[in-house]
Design a protein around this ligand. Sequence first.
Ligand code: ADP
Length: 421
Amino acid sequence: MSGTFFGAIADDFTGATDLAAMLSRAGVPVTLRIGVPKGPETATAFEVVALKIRTIPPEDAVAEARAALKWLRGQGARRIFWKYCSTFDSTPRGNIGPVADALMSDLDVDRTVHCPAFPENGRRVFMGNLFVGDQPLDESPMKDHPLTPMRDADLQRLLQPQVQRQTGLIAFPTVRAGAGAIRDAIARQAGHVVVDAVEDADLDVIAAAISDMELVCGGSAVARPLPALWAEAGELNRGENEPAPDVSPGRIVLSGSCSAMTRAQVGAYLDAGAIGYRLDPRDLAQDGVRDARAWLAAQDPEADKIVFATAEPKVVQAAQEALGVTRAGTLVEEAMAVLAQDARAMGIGRIVVAGGETSGAVTRALDVDRLRIGPEIAPGVPWCFAGNGSALALKSGNFGAATFFADAFSLLDKGAAVAAR
Ligand code: ADP
């Protein structure tokens, strides 16, 4: 069996690495593509195409997702996964729904499932409502997200305005009744079917019920059990992963996420002695990125350091009122992109980026087109090897423990990269 079996399209870069990490836990070689590959490529069994389409206009997001689908099918992919965030990050226009609709049309399927639950990270879906920890989504810190503030927890209510097909629900009692019951319930519905999941064990059962569906939509966690199911069914060769490469020792954290967890992580890293530089979008609008670049140029490449725009909701809101949401975000992202290029020119090989959009901007600036998945620092956040002596860790805002940044570097310091599966 050669060529690609499983192809995923991710709406942002951290989401793509999160899914790739989940798949690679099964010991299957996974390649992450940054954008849709242009030239001829040697494809692996599992391909994840990272796009940056979470907050762009829906018609553009659909066009990019369709191009990714076309490439993946060209490599032979027989299972397609539309990966979005486990906190269902979207606006009333999209882009979760419009992309799912377009993929259904292109694949000619009349139903798909939506399963964002990620219990290991505290995201659970019960009776169609998404919880983050013990809070409904719309009471969680996601209500204050700079780009996709989530103001409802009911997934069908969030999805319906985004899609043309109907939405449905497979509720918890059916999930607990087992894979057969889930399969029967899916067969009775059409359109977009939201599936409850509270614990990892629920995802195992759901995965068994959906492993032969052509299109699955959701967070990365429901993909975790799939490789083993496909291998058992004889549809997949596991293959071998290569050992991880050497990575030059310089380091930096670039943090553009303002999530509650990232705020705690930035605080913990500074408390632990890292040197910090704060970026403010209003300063960037006035003076550009010159000061930040000068600061970085004066640093020891190997010292612990962080550039952060991470700020409290009130501070973010003030910048957004002064500059507009998009401009404030873009100024930060562009600054992070330039600083990442400077860091690499200084020989810094280990770059941790916090924030999905921020990760997209940085990865593009570094002109990386494919990444190999290495060891996981925290659930859903692996080190990724770029093949040019550099490694990137792309952390979605809410992921990781408070000590994530120090954890990331010590994992590579310990040489754990060699254990990349
Ligand atoms: P997350 O993974 O937490 O969602 P993202 O990087 O995807 O993080 O999104 C955060 C967005 O907020 C980015 O567009 C970033 O540029 C923007 N941003 C970061 N800091 C600030 C700030 N201080 N003021 C306004 N916007 C900011």
